[in-house]
Design a binder for this molecule. Structure first.
Ligand SMILES: C[S@@+](CC[C@H](N)C(=O)[O-])C[C@H]1O[C@@H](n2cnc3c(N)ncnc32)[C@H](O)[C@@H]1O
Length: 216
């Protein structure tokens, strides 16, 4: 069982956290706001995919908001998946969640997810590798490196996700990905190149372009 460190509120819900997961951030609530605004049919039988599910804060909040939806979440960290499973059960959405070990650095990683999906969400690691040690000490020392390290330019995971997105999302379905400060334009380019219509990014409370939104 993962070592549960404490609890953090996200979208008004209690999420258990451990040293293996990113502590849910208020900025990430922007993605939930976007999903609710873009998908007003709350009772639709949506199929939702979360790449890099971590604590489960994105996927499980969406399953609470969309009561007939089902979700798949993957993570490369087995410990993070244990935390996500505990949260799914505690929040009463365990029976609608499938939480799988998966690593988008591996070949054919996207083929066993049981898609296609109506909504693909992700808050992938997006910090430039060389910048991690210079982050605020509580982030650099206590958050798992796997949750932070976005490769040399911070954008490695987005290229992989964009390349797979067309095969994972139904026509008319949506992609919502969280972006680091200053990354939204480049991420939009990757997703547009994958055949999606990209909309204006959603801003967080600090006015930063935080969520890239696109329709297939
Ligand atoms: C920035 S955290 C986001 C976690 C959670 N979705 C949230 O918003 O708080 C990124 C997550 O992606 C996972 N991850 C990193 N690289 C991965 C990979 N190659 N394949 C699958 N998951 C990965 C990490 O373990 C981590 O849980």
């Amino acid at each position: 069982m993962a070592y549960i460190l404490g609890e953090r509120e996200f979208w008004g819900l209690p999420f258990r956290v451990s040293p293996a997961v990113l502590v849910p951030r208020p900025d990430s609530e922007t993605l939930i706001e976007a999903a609710l605004a873009l998908m007003p049919a709350r009772t639709g039988p949506w199929r939702i995919l979360d790449l890099g599910v971590g604590s489960g804060c994105l996927l499980l909040t969406l399953l609470r908001e969309f009561p007939n939806a089902r979700g798949v979440g993957i993570d490369a960290s087995a410990e993070a998946l244990e935390v996500a499973r505990a949260n799914a059960d505690a929040l009463g959405v365990g029976s609608r969640s499938t939480l799988l070990a998966g690593d988008w650095r591996q070949p054919a990683w996207a083929e066993r997810l049981g898609g296609p999906f109506d909504l693909l969400v992700s808050n992938p690691p997006y910090i430039e590798a060389a910048a991690i040690d210079g982050l605020m000490p509580d982030v650099a020392r206590f958050e798992p490196r796997l949750a932070l390290d976005g490769g040399p330019d911070g954008l490695v995971a987005y290229r992989t996700i964009a390349a797979a997105a067309a095969g994972l999302v139904v026509p008319g379905g949506r992609v919502l990905v969280e972006a680091g400060d200053g990354q939204a334009a480049e991420i939009s380019t990757f997703i547009r190149s994958a055949g999606f219509a990209v909309e204006a990014p959603w801003k967080d409370l600090g006015g930063i372009d935080r969520v890239v939104s696109a329709t297939h």
